[in-house]
Design a binder for this molecule. Structure first.
Ligand SMILES: C[S@@+](CC[C@H](N)C(=O)[O-])C[C@H]1O[C@@H](n2cnc3c(N)ncnc32)[C@H](O)[C@@H]1O
Length: 242
């Protein structure tokens, strides 16, 4: 069951990867916030990792900014070898981070797909250098509030995420959250926009009994053709900064 779900996540992203950039408006905005955190940062020596790298657009930007190789990790297959990118087709939930080897762990709009965020944060905490940085974004609670709960994922809150970071040993962090509303010509187009970014796998239904309902009227709880995204960005210092 869990393996099927992981396969579904992978297939849904794999299917759209070549056209992803055309539709990933919110993902690009989120990435810009992350790059702002990196503004004048001087990283220690060590690996740069891009978790859930997708089409590697941001891995390439990181390689360019920091003039070093980037380890790009994603479930999907990559047939586009790039200089300065070491691609790992791997599940980040089982990724082996060598102890205190990473100068930067970067992840844009991906770790919400983890099956256990608490465990992932623990692994990242052990893989990050004490003076390294963990920078990430994810959609949080309030996202897709226009959709019936049985037709969207349960999103974390800022409090959940901060608590898991704290439990993993991180003490210094800054975060930011902002709501964006995308408008469409009609509700079908709104739903297609989710599919075109591969983000339509439902990890955990709020109500299994509603599984069969699929007419638009049952999916949206409003007449509006819009989708809200509440995006949180985090800049977290390695545990040696405390
Ligand atoms: C919304 S896309 C974001 C891609 C890229 N980071 C960006 O900003 O455009 C989410 C990515 O996370 C990847 N992903 C989801 N679950 C994953 C997992 N368990 N391990 C590795 N990658 C995963 C998906 O395959 C997809 O490429």
């Amino acid at each position: 069951m869990m393996i099927d779900l992981k396969r579904q996540i992978k297939n849904n992203f794999q299917d759209v990867v070549s056209d992803y950039v055309k539709h990933a408006k919110i993902q690009k905005i989120a990435a810009n916030h992350l790059f702002n955190y990196l503004g004048n940062v001087k990283l220690p020596d060590g690996k740069i990792i891009d978790l859930g790298c997708g089409d590697m657009m941001h891995s390439l930007a990181l390689a360019d900014i920091f003039k070093r190789q980037v380890h790009a990790v994603d479930l999907i297959a990559c047939n586009n070898e790039q200089e300065n990118i070491i691609y790992h087709q791997h599940d980040f939930d089982n990724f082996k981070f060598d102890k205190q080897s990473c100068a930067l762990v970067f992840s844009n709009m991906s770790i919400q797909w983890s099956f256990c965020l608490e465990k992932l944060f623990l692994n990242i905490a052990s893989g990050l250098k004490r003076d390294g940085l963990f920078i990430f974004s994810l959609p949080i609670s309030g996202t897709f509030d226009e959709l019936h709960v049985s037709h969207r994922n349960q999103f974390y809150t800022i409090e959940n995420v901060s608590e898991y970071l704290f439990k993993a040993g991180f003490r210094k962090m800054q975060y930011h959250q902002k709501k964006y509303i995308l408008n469409f010509n009609n509700q079908l187009q709104a739903l297609h926009s989710i599919k075109k970014t591969g983000a339509h796998t439902i990890l955990k239904r709020h109500d299994e009994s509603k599984k069969g309902l699929s007419s638009i009227g049952n999916i949206f709880i409003t007449d509006k053709a819009q989708l809200s995204y509440v995006i949180a960005t985090f800049c977290v210092a390695g545990i040696g900064w405390a």
